[in-house]
Design a protein around this ligand. Structure first.
Ligand code: SF4
Ligand code: SF4
Length: 128
């Protein structure tokens, strides 16, 4: 699952993520993190046999977990690689490749929908 984890100021300096990694059979990837002593957020991907138990552990430890259920898809037939969507993505899920085609990384996307309205051919869509 992909989710935002929200840390309150009291939780920022605790070793909750290390405990999670040590005690549960999960894979934990951090896509984005904005953490300060005042608290913060982390965009993560959690997978593996004990994902559910791992999320329950985080919630017990006081981390607010907001799952992201929306996914972005680009229709390769319709996309003309104009690049209009690239700079609008707040998490850099859309990028130019070396040959100037546009790629969308669904693993990074947070489903914000900013890109969809910019597309002249309606090639990019976010679905639930
Ligand atoms: S929906 Fe938002 S996060 Fe996902 S690719 Fe579009 S702009 Fe980026
Ligand atoms: S705005 Fe639409 S056509 Fe242009 S690169 Fe993005 S998905 Fe492709």
């Amino acid at each position: 699952m992909k989710a935002w984890l929200e840390f309150s100021p009291k939780k920022v300096n605790k070793a909750i993520i290390s405990d999670l990694m040590r005690d549960y059979d999960i894979s934990f990837n951090i896509h984005r993190a904005d953490i300060t002593p005042k608290g913060g957020k982390m965009l993560v991907e959690i997978s593996g046999n004990q994902s559910k138990e791992g999320v329950e552990f985080l919630e017990r430890e006081g981390i607010h977990v907001s799952p992201i259920k929306r996914v972005v898809k680009k229709d390769e037939e319709k996309c003309v690689d104009c690049g209009a969507c690239v700079s609008l993505c707040p998490v850099k899920a859309i990028s130019n490749t070396e040959d100037w085609t546009i790629e969308v990384d669904d693993q990074i996307c947070i489903g914000c929908d900013f890109c969809t309205s910019s597309c002249p051919t309606r090639a990019i869509k976010v679905t639930k």
